[in-house]
Design a protein around this ligand. Sequence first.
Ligand code: ADP
Ligand code: MG
Length: 590
Amino acid sequence: MRRIRQLDPHVVNQIAAGEVVERPASVVKELVENALDAGARHVDVRVRDGGKALIEVADDGWGMDSGDLAVAFGSHTTSKIEAAEDLRHIGTMGFRGEALASIGSVARAAIVSRPPEDDAGHRIQDFDGEIGPVEPAAASPGTVVRVENLFARLPARRKFLRTAATELGHIKTLMGRFALAFPHVGFRLRNDKQVLLETAPDEDRHTRIERVHGPDVARGLLHAAEKHGEPLLEAWIGPPTMTRGDSKLEQVFLNGRFIRDRTVAHAIREAYRDLVPPGGRRPVVFLFLSCDPREVDVNVHPGKAEVRWRDGQAVHRVVRTTLRRALEAAAPGASVTLPGGDRHASREAAVEHAFQRPPAATHATGWLPPAPAPSHDTVREHPPAEAPADEPKGMAGGLRPLAQALGTYLVLEDGDSIVLVDQHALHERVLFDEINDRLREKGQLEVQRLLVPLVVHLEPADVARLFEAQALLQSLGWVIEPFGDDAVAVQGVPAILRRPDPEAALEELLSVFEQGSRDGLDRTHLLEAAVDRMACRAAVMAGDALHEDEVLALLKRAEALNHSHSCPHGRPTRLTLERSHLERWFHRTV
Ligand code: ADP
Ligand code: MG
């Protein structure tokens, strides 16, 4: 017969350690959080062998006296909360009172501490659950916690640790996050003697991002902020042109905590919607939210990486609208600043580059005689009696095509500026929106029936995959039928495809499905990804010669769109050179 019994505290701590202490980086996380909760201005972390041999965290916070030290390694001992209602407004990083007890139960841990107002310090140790007495010790103000030989007595857990380099990598990532979240605190990370991170206290966030992620990332970031309301938001975000294959640089902090949160992640996706390709590349986003601790429950996850919002909708709205506003304000296609301005170094470079190219005329297809003289204000004020019969042919939203240059760029005049348009990017953008509109209205794209079905040979698994997605294929304008195990008969293709190459187009769709199942995309996002590829495939390519009428038609369609300034992949579609900038560039003005 089995009896129910109370677990021995040592076992309790080891169970807690199973949740809290996964690897050296989790020890560093708990110790640095304690230092921050103790009001430290400097936090110094030293590790050896990726933290497996040694982790030492020193701070200059308010320390612990002998009485505090005596209970610090006890389980469920904390100075941060007292009663259950305190859980409703947690303003500290820690509150569970489990970290030191857990760490002491799975390693050789020692604390030396001295409150700044005391003359001397004390020490205590906890070697794999054996807690020693408090003893006097020489100490500077603040606290040093030393943790050696993590999991040495627990081979089953030690076995799960990775190489020193990998464990060190986790610690570096973690310290980088602290450095971003607490710009007023100075952090140092050393592996043996090697300094891996060093920041002075009281730096600004942008400087911190540069220190941690390098100047290439920091330089291009846009600032976005919401300074009123709940939650408050400060963000540094990449323009749509700056994307990555993974989400490592999509970082969200709430009240100093690094969090993973679906609401916020979704709001970020929405903000970048149709500016970066769906389902694939991820934007660069450093997001710092702060809110009243009452507005959020952080007690839902032992590592506290997940939170529960009281008003998730408000959070979603603040993140989405603040980011979107910043992205739209910085939209490529807004006028460029020539040297002399200072903000958009990369755009300046682009302009200079454009000027250094061989003169466009040598490669251009001319459509129009030289542009008429610019209209003068007097002309507008005193219009000729009869309507101007010779209004320049081909106005589309004020844009007047002049030429197609280098086989790829449309050269246009727009009032007082010259506009260069990437024809592929613009066409792709137009198609992307037109396809989506049509899907929204009719639920399905137009089909071009083939006179003779075309047999496409595929792997049997791919054939199966296509038929699983039959409904989606149909809505995109595909009509396919089974043709044995390893082929399909294509009866109809989307009418929109400019050069129908069913074989390549189906391969492409298969890769979308594959990526979709890897990323766990739902049907809407899968469709979006498929439309994105389709728009690219259906668009005119760089190098395609375009007739002037086609250019005008394209510009008319683009005019109707809101975000025609960037293609669905976030590449800009146009570059504007204003007369005033040109005049400055050519020293026509003083
Ligand atoms: P928690 O942080 O959840 O309270 P811990 O086990 O991490 O639990 O720490 C227990 C207590 O020890 C803390 O509440 C705090 O009072 C004290 N403490 C731990 N580390 C430090 C430190 N670096 N400086 C001052 N006090 C500390
Ligand atoms: Mg703690």
